[in-house]
Ligand binder design. Structure first.
Ligand SMILES: [Zn+2]
Length: 102
């Protein structure tokens, strides 16, 4: 198989904005990234995780809002940390549909 033949089997999907993620059925989950350390003392790790509602995100930020900027706009409701990471998952893969919450 030549490299050009291989390329036809692989169609990359570029997802940069909330609108594109919604169109492609991407789910976004926020996870608190606050670790176990606060300075020198060890604190209880925050494991808050929440799937974000795409429609609400688009209503509040707009479809053209870049996903890369989303983490900087979020805050953990449990520990108040602004250290939040975004996890991407695809709807057709139902492995990610396990219930997470408080
Ligand atoms: Zn937290």
């Amino acid at each position: 198989m030549t490299p050009s033949a291989m390329r036809s089997y692989f169609v990359p999907i570029m997802i940069e904005t909330l609108g594109e993620a919604w169109t492609h059925g991407v789910r976004l989950t926020m996870r608190c990234a606050w670790g176990k350390q606060l300075g020198l003392k060890s604190i209880r790790e925050c494991i808050y995780t929440k799937e974000l509602d795409m429609e609400t995100l688009i209503c509040t930020h707009g479809a053209a809002f870049p996903i890369s900027m989303l983490a900087s706009r979020l805050k953990c409701p449990r520990c108040d940390s602004r250290r939040v990471i975004i996890i991407y998952s695809f709807q057709r893969n139902d492995l990610s549909s396990k219930a997470v919450g408080w």
